[in-house]
Design a protein around this ligand. Structure first.
Ligand code: GCO
Ligand code: MG
Length: 401
């Protein structure tokens, strides 16, 4: 088999997606997600200028060699742009290999380790009562695990509490600016979880995303304050450049910790995994550089009691979610899968075999990863420039978003 053509498709059915589509001389095609939210065009250039030219004519079945060629062979390794580009190619190659084998991808990985994958969804409100109501609605929809975020008194909408606060541009087409106060946040969040447990009880798994904003000692304090409410996890408690920070946090709290959505290689997570400083690794197919490396990372994590929890926000396309679901169905150490329901136009452009029911996901039995792209429809949704917001403290200091 030979790669005859590779198309890089940029479309915006509800939000921007970069999709790699690989064509072969045997008529099989495969797709992979290469979306890097707010930096889409950089990945497109990396793919078009540097990867497509070296892949045409190669045997698409030699996935490992191609991955090594793109990673080691580039000399300049790692980084979100590089790894998202490689991730798009690698996912499309696994799609083709599984189609050629006549089986769903999870079978090729070693078969199912479970019947279905527990999902968690988001619930938010600007006030505690609203978030409690939103979590209750999610429970009624059948979800067993819900991430709860709440607005902070005295601050405008913060991360995770207002739909308009993600991936938009201000009136001048520039990133929106948010305002942050750690003391106000730390005072308020435990009250949310107290209310949630008081009103909704103990059956539901509750999660919370700090979105990188605390220092290690602040994160340790929050973890302690939340202990009575038995969270499923506390996510991205600090900016993770210092993996060592988690030694301190870990010593002080038994609240489980999740991390890794911004990681792009195993080297970002090695110490965290080997020292068992986290409970869940949140790396996802596209940003980890594809199925090839993520499978290895999941296996390494399994050796150290760390479970999987692939990042599944809606800014990664259904092709990424599908690959995550195949990996999750196989992984002996699967933990949970984030699920952020897609907009209808996204699902029209990316029809797929995966299903969601009763709070659980399944990748389906279609050959490959089971998601395709409707190219004609995709062409009707052209790219729209957008940014993730930036964040400042009340005195104007730039902070982690
Ligand atoms: C999550 C994430 C997202 C990210 C987004 C950035 O837990 O799902 O934190 O909300 O902010 O994916 O592009
Ligand atoms: Mg997150």
């Amino acid at each position: 088999m030979k790669i005859t053509d590779i198309k890089i498709i940029v479309s915006s059915p509800g939000r921007n997606f970069v999709t790699v589509k690989i064509f072969t001389d045997e008529g099989l095609t495969g797709i992979g997600d290469a979306t890097l939210n707010g930096r889409e065009k950089a990945v497109v250039a990396y793919l078009q200028d540097h990867l497509v030219p070296v892949l045409t004519g190669r045997d698409p079945q030699r996935i490992e060699d191609i991955w090594q060629y793109l990673y080691k062979g580039a000399y300049w390794r790692r980084g979100p742009v590089t790894m998202a580009a490689i991730g798009g190619i690698d996912t499309a190659l696994w799609d083709i290999k599984a189609k050629a084998a006549g089986m769903p991808l999870y079978q090729l990985l070693g078969g199912a380790s479970r019947e279905r994958l527990m999902a968690y969804v988001h619930a938010q409100g600007s006030e505690i009562a609203q978030t409690v109501e939103a979590v209750a609605r999610r429970m009624e929809e059948g979800f067993r695990a819900v991430r709860a975020q709440v607005g902070i008194p005295g601050l405008p909408a913060v991360y995770g509490t207002d739909k308009s606060a993600t991936n938009t541009a201000d009136l001048n087409g520039l990133p929106q600016e948010e305002v942050w106060s750690t003391p106000k946040y730390l005072r308020h969040v435990p009250k949310l979880f107290e209310a949630l447990r008081g009103d909704l009880g103990w059956e539901v798994e509750l999660l919370h995303d700090v979105h990188h904003r605390l220092t290690p000692i602040e994160a340790a304090r929050l973890g302690k304050d939340l202990e009575p409410f038995r969270l499923f996890w506390l996510e991205d408690a600090v900016a993770a450049e210092h993996q060592e920070s988690f030694r301190l946090i870990r010593q002080h709290t038994v609240t489980p910790l999740a991390l890794g959505e911004v990681f792009n290689t195993v080297w970002d997570a090695r110490l965290l995994i080997e020292e068992q400083l986290i409970d869940y690794i949140r790396m996802t197919t596209v940003h980890a550089g594809g199925v090839t490396p993520l499978r290895r990372i999941m296996d390494l994590a399994g050796l150290y009691n760390v479970r999987t929890a692939c990042h599944g926000a809606m800014d990664m396309s259904p092709a990424c979610l599908a690959a995550n679901l195949h990996l999750g169905l196989w992984a002996p150490n699967f933990g949970i899968q984030e699920y952020s329901p897609y907009m209808p136009e996204t699902l029209d452009v990316f029809p797929g075999a995966w299903t969601v029911s009763d709070g659980h996901l399944h990748p389906g039995e279609a050959h490959g990863h089971g998601v395709e792209i409707d190219e004609a429809l995709a062409a009707k949704f052209p790219y729209e420039r957008s940014y993730l917001p930036v964040n400042r403290l009340e005195d104007g200091t730039l902070w982690h978003w």
